[in-house]
Design a protein around this ligand. Structure first.
Ligand code: KDG
Length: 323
């Protein structure tokens, strides 16, 4: 069985039952989410043996986070229970002020996970590992998280695991374009598999997609595999210099949070299982489409059967249209 390890913060997500400005919301659903944990959960559901590194508070929400990972069968033996600092919470605002767009408001400063540091990493976590995953969110949380992320990348490389990195820029954490570049550049240089999106590319380089894609390729010294997520514009991969692309599926958007993580997870699981790039891209699109059409980041993440059902329904739809 292939093995993957992720590092990042997992938060309690408060997602209102209705769309609109947060100040008018009174009813919320409680979910659990965090970019790297979403991706790792997607991989676990697709048959990869996964472990996760984070810290949670010794509080009620920490128990919820741990229960979420454990209910998936993800190994939590490296999770730190922090007696002093809390599990983070964030609120989601859907459909306001831009219809179909989601905004997030964090209550995560000084959280347990942002106090995670290199001292919490044990070399044994990296032995026999196939893939290590982190994203631009984790090094943006604190200096100790950045150090831990860099050390984890080194340990992964030492033990011949591939390093997957998603630029995942969160401007409410990184604040400026300059800080985004300074924080992410070492990871972009060292990643073996690199994921990014149109917004992140424009933030790091320039708004012209072709030119910024080339700038990223030059900076990514070790990445043999780059994946560009273009939302409704589909998905593209460059593998050993060869370009592949796949259009996205048209589905109703309920909550686009977590869709990029679902894409990463389905792509990485397909890659680790030896599927051809075109298939990996197709599954990445399917996982993204299913995830945007439901609330919550983790609940909608599909297994193989759900993805095949989705694909069959798409094909049936196409046949109906051709008739
Ligand atoms: O990718 C979705 C996540 O970004 C979101 O659910 C929460 O991890 C999160 C973050 O830091 O924004």
């Amino acid at each position: 069985m292939k093995r993957a390890l992720g590092l990042g913060e997992i938060m309690i997500q408060m997602n209102p039952t209705e769309k609109g400005a947060l100040r008018f919301q009174t009813l919320y659903e409680r979910h659990v989410a965090g970019s790297e944990a979403n991706t790792i959960t997607q991989m676990q559901r697709l048959g990869i043996e996964c472990s996760f590194l984070t810290a949670v508070g010794a509080d009620e929400f920490g128990k919820v986070v741990l229960a979420s990972l454990r209910s998936e069968g993800i190994d939590t033996s490296g999770v730190v229970i922090d007696e002093k600092n809390p599990t983070a919470v964030y609120f989601v605002q859907r459909g306001y002020p831009v219809p179909d767009k989601t905004m997030v408001f964090y209550y995560r400063k000084g959280s347990a996970a942002s106090n995670f540091g290199p001292q919490h990493l044990k070399e044994e976590y990296f032995k026999g590992l196939d893939l290590f995953l982190v994203s631009g969110i984790t090094p943006a949380l604190s200096d100790s998280c950045k150090e831990a992320s860099l050390k984890a990348v080194e340990l992964a490389k030492k033990h011949s695991a591939k390093v997957a990195f998603d630029t995942n820029i969160r401007i409410n954490l990184l604040k400026t374009k300059e800080n985004a570049m300074k924080t992410l550049e070492p990871f972009i240089r060292k990643a073996d598999i690199l994921f990014t999106g149109m917004g992140d590319l424009a933030m790091l380089f320039e708004s012209d997609f072709d030119r910024s894609r080339e700038s990223l390729r030059k900076m990514a010294e070790q990445a043999r595999l780059l994946v560009f997520k273009k939302g409704s514009g589909g998905i593209e991969a460059i593998v050993d210099g060869k370009r592949y692309s796949m259009p996205s599926y048209k589905v109703p958007v309920v909550d686009e949070l977590g869709a990029g993580d679902a894409c990463d997870g389905a792509f990485l699981a397909s890659y680790l299982l030896g599927k051809p790039v075109e298939e990996a891209l197709r599954y990445a699109n399917v996982a993204g489409a299913i995830t945007v059409s439901l609330k919550g980041d983790i609940e909608p993440l599909p297994d193989w059967k759900a993805m095949e059902t989705f694909l069959a329904s798409q094909e049936a739809g196409e046949k109906r249209l051709l008739r």
